[in-house]
Ligand binder design. Sequence first.
Ligand code: FAD
Ligand code: NA
Length: 389
Amino acid sequence: MTADLVVVGSGLFGLTIAERAANDLGLKVAIIDRRHHIGGNAYSEAEEQTGIEVHRYGAHLFHTSNERVWNYVNRFTTFTDYQHKVYTRHKGEVYPMPVNLGTINQFFRAAYSPAEARALIAEQAAELGDKVPENFVEKGISLIGRPLYEAFIMHYTAKQWQTDPEQLEASIISRLPVRYTYNNRYFNDTWEGLPTDGYTAWLERMADHPNIEVRLETDFFDAGQEINRDNVRGNVPIVYTGPVDRYFDYAEGELSWRTVDLEEEVLPIEDFQGTSVMNYPDPDVPFTRIHEFRHFHPERDYTKDATVIMREYSRFAGRDDEPYYPINTDADRAGLLRYRDRANAEPGVLFGGRLGTYKYLDMHMAIGSALSMFDNRIKPHFTEGAPLE
Ligand code: FAD
Ligand code: NA
């Protein structure tokens, strides 16, 4: 193995590091991933029967207000003009999300002006008076009032956490945005869109360089692989984007995550729900939402004979599940601080990405954070001999 740099994990963080190291510094980079494909959770593929692009690890929408990231990603792909919108199905009726003037007027069968709606929500949110919210339910009521909270948020969040709402901590929500206009665009960022020819084409272009070698189905902790922790550590600089607790053999305890189960179905109809994402906030439905992938690319000439939907169920992750969302309990936060100390003290290894830092990162954040690591740590190491730590 003759690499100048080993990158563990081919998600957007690892790919950005590898691409910069090869193109800007001319380094030889080995990038390994334990999965059979590159791209981490942003990976997508054409569903076999229909050819419809399916995001294998849940729907991924690209959006950013970071100009540097936007210019960077446009070197590998163009983006469509897709604008994400979400609807929610409550007691047999469909409402626009996030909660906006349209949602409020439909829910209360009214024609409130923005000022009237604001006054109504303020009055409903004052229900608890001066009482400091003691749990998630009281916190939610204090933010948007009981009627909207119970209809659209309470059971939805409880399903995400698979926990009785009364048992959830107030701290899991700090704000619930309500828009007093009819704007129901989901994201407020300057740029938004989906990669024109799919996520995988984008991700593969990032790794397409003679100096970048990708090894799939290669686990960094598998002693049977040429590139593994014991062989590489101390010999070649490493950027590690796997779970930080796993790297240290869980010495400071296990950090907790939620995962999602995705149930895919091909239906023999052209259109199931008329939109890409429908939330299900009621307690009698076990899933949280349904994605219908054809609607992410209305510009494509997909078959009219079938459609692909995916129901999403949320639950706590065990050690063998895919970790998706950090739970961030007090114990997790304390454990993370100890892992950070260990990571800083680990010579020649940089920890990055959402698993390596135990942080939820959108794609643009993962890319932005990798570009900073490259500028501040990797480039100085290779061009000025600064220590890599
Ligand atoms: P990952 O993509 O997780 O990549 C890490 C890689 O490391 C994986 O491929 C993994 O197999 C590999 N790895 C781990 N351990 C080892 C090991 N021991 N050996 C070898 N390889 C290993 N972002 C958005 O901007 N918009 C969205 O709509 C959006 N939706 C999301 C929905 C879900 C359900 C999830 C979970 C994330 C979503 N994201 C979204 C976030 C997006 O997926 C992340 O920004 C991205 O995954 C971060 O990239 P990463 O490289 O840090 O991590
Ligand atoms: Na380190």
